[in-house]
Structures are given as structure tokens and as C-alpha cells.
Ligand binder design. Sequence first.
Ligand code: ZN
Length: 505
Amino acid sequence: MSSHDRLAELTARLAAIHDLDKVVSLLLWDQDVMMPRGGAAARAEQVATLRRLAHEQFTAPETGRLLDELAPYAAQLPADSNEASLIRVARRDFDKARRVPADLRAEMSRTASLARAAWVDARAASDFPAFLPFLQKTIDLKRRYIECFEPTAEPYDVLLDDFEEGMTAADVRAVFEPFKQQIVPLIAAVAPVADRVSDGCLHGAFPVDRQREFCLSVVRRFGFTDEQWRLDPTVHPFETSLSVADIRITTRYYPDFLSPALFGIMHECGHGLYEQGIDPSLERTPLCRGASLGLHESQSRLWENLVGRSRAAWTFFYPALQRTFPDRLDGVDLETFYRAINKVEPSLIRVEADELTYGLHVILRFELEQEMIGGSLPLAELPDAWNARMKAYLGVDVPDAAKGVLQDVHWSLGFVGYFPTYTIGSIMSAQIWQSALADLPDLSEQFARGEFLALRHWLRDHLHRYGRKFTPRETLEKAAGTTAIDAGPYVAYLRAKFHDIYELG
Ligand code: ZN
């Protein structure tokens, strides 16, 4: 068999696996958007079956044989070619997937189902002890998972690599520590003058149908089209794509509060633009997705915050928003609205946090995860450790476990090492923004005229189109001109923005 034939065979094999993955995505989208509750049990089986088939296909000895045989061929190809990238990425995924025995995988998946159900009840009852045995089991399984891999500097590194390839706990600390040291005093500086900004204008009657129409008019300017996108309501918003020409975003509307859907839709649109911007030649391969969770989040945050919460964008959008909700906004000027959407308020819940305090919610989780995996924090003491850090970083008192340690679903699902990617994403968004601004210095003027496509094209050219061909660091270098994740631009952006809004002088 020639190398060409072998590559064709590998490509066909990976394409079929990709199809199975995308069918799973469709089933999950349907589950959260369309499915009647009665479908839940059967849907869980359907998803598990397809995932098992995909995993078996991928880890089959045949995949390994093709990858072995193609290694010399790949070495002769340009490293940035689609073919060499496909072989390289598939090899890495294959080696990782093969290390974890099927029985451990099955136990992790079973435990996640049980722990998630237990978490739902425990959170409703604000009862951490009820969740504790499930958390213990999850952490024990994580330790067994870590043992499947070559020893790393810290055990946590193995978990992090699943979400942010190539990054270690030490790397993250080196970014987060200086970030934390600069953000905590900035939050403290805002506290005594918190009443300079009110978000009262965002609360009140905002009929959902009009919210939807207005939000659509915004994301259409960013690149949403009826031909290739859908927007649907759901309980926990997310973005998923079935192909580069079929992007699904979801949101949750509050009839008495404008912000969640408005900025949530911009956020999910940012994720969708990344998926849509991937070069179509990568379709139906493992390269047809974002390079990492952090880079994906950099795109959602960029559109939500750097664009969506900017004065320039609202210079254009605000008159239309006032016409949409005249009862609420007729007497509210642009500057009052701009400040309202950027109000800083240390609070208990991560997903409701403002741009300035959000990072500390993440850093707290990152610190606690390392201590849980490392064994220095007994799990029974987790709520106390959580509450103490919420007080130290954000100055807030946690009233109960539901509004504290039980608020997020991640740990119940076994997602340990996921949280840091949110703030890594925010930090990278400012680096990428700086680079875009160097090429497109009049972005603000463009936004004020309602023009957002130059930015979108820049992001496609410098980031989106590569999909997962390169490592996250290599991909960052193409977009931001450096492989180093650096909180500097993000801190400078936050400092300038909130000094201005709160008149800190
Ligand atoms: Zn996101």
C-alpha cells in the first residue's frame, strides 16, 4: 500500500469518527433545546453508545498501525501542511486515548452520571456532606487517571493537559499570581466608590421577543446569518457546531433583566465565529475545532467584552436599543448605559460575575483543585477553604454551600483542570486584541459605524482558520505574535477601563 493510500485510509477512518462525534453533538443540542423530558433515559444510552463506537474505532489497533506506517511519510511533509498536522494530532490523541484502560474510562463515565445527579440534589438542598462521597470518588478516579500517564512535575499537569494542551500548573500560576496581585487592589479601589455606577436601567420589563430580535440584530453585524446559524432558548447556554456551515447558539432570557441574554448571545456568537472560521479543508477531521478551550474562550470573551461592552459598539447600537425598549431606556443616556453594563460588584456566583471580578472566581477554583488533587486539602474542609478565599479575594461572605462550593457542575462531571481555561482565555483575548488593533487601528471608529467585519476577517486570518492544526502556543503566536501567555495587556485594559468608569484618577 502506498503512503497516499494509507493516508486516504486514515483520513476516511477519522472522518467517520468525526461524524459520530458530531451526531453526539446534535443529540446533545436536541436534548437541551428540543427534547421532552421523557427522552432523557433513552438519550443517555444513545449518547453513550455513539461515544463508545467512536472511542473503539479510534483506539483500534488499525488506527495505530496506520499512524506507525505513516510516520516516515509525515516527516517529509511540511509541518504546517494539513496532512502532517492531521497525522501529528491524531498520533497525540491516539497515544493519550490508549493509555486509559476501558474499565477506568467506564467507571469515570458512570461516576460522572451518578455524581451529577447527586450534585443537582445537593445543590438544591445546599447540602455539601451529601455530595462529599461523590466528590471523593471523583477525585480518587482522577488520581487513578493521572497514574495512566508518564510522571509530570505535578499530578495536576495531566488533568490540565486535557483542556489546555501543553500547559502546566506552574505555567498557570506564573500567569495567575501577578494577575491576582494587581486585580485584588483594583477591586478594593472600586469598592468605596461603587455607587458611582448603577445598573438599574438594565432591570425592569424587557419582553423576551423584543430581546431576541434586538440581540439578533447585533450578532448579524458580527457574522450570524440565517443560512448557517440558529439561535434557540435553553437553560444553560452553550454553543455547538455540526459543521463549519451549521453553527448553533443558545441563550437564556430573563424577562426582567437585559444583560444575561444580550451578553450571553455575544459570547456564544464569539465561540461560533471561531468554529465557522475554520478552514473548510479541515472539515471532518480532528483538526476541525478550536486549538484549546482557552483559545476558544478568548474568542467568546473578545466579542462579549472587548467588543460587546465597549463604548464604541454602543455608540452605534444604543439608539436602536432605546427604540426597542423606550419604556425602560428613553431617559437613559449612552454614558449611563455604558457604565451600567460594566458595573463592578463582587458577588457569590461565578457565572454572574462582572469582567473585573470574574478572574478571581476562577483563580480560587484553580488553587483549590490543586490542593484537592495534591492531597493537602481534605475534601471535608473544602467549604471552609472556599468561604475563606471568597472573603479574602472578593470580600464577600458565603451564606451557604449552594451559593458557594456547590454552585458549579464541573467537578461532578469530573472536569478538574477546566476552570483555569476561562481566565487564560480572557488573558489571551487582550493579547489578541492588542495585535488586531496594531493592524486595524481604527477599530473603534468602525464599531461606532456598526462595522465589525474587518475584525472578524482579521480573526479568521490570524486564528480561526487554523483550527487545531497547531499547538495552543503556536496558534497564539500566529494571532498575538508571541507564544507567551501574558496577563499584562489584560490588566492594562481592565485598569484603564475601570479607572475611567469609576473615575479613580
Ligand atoms: Zn464560553
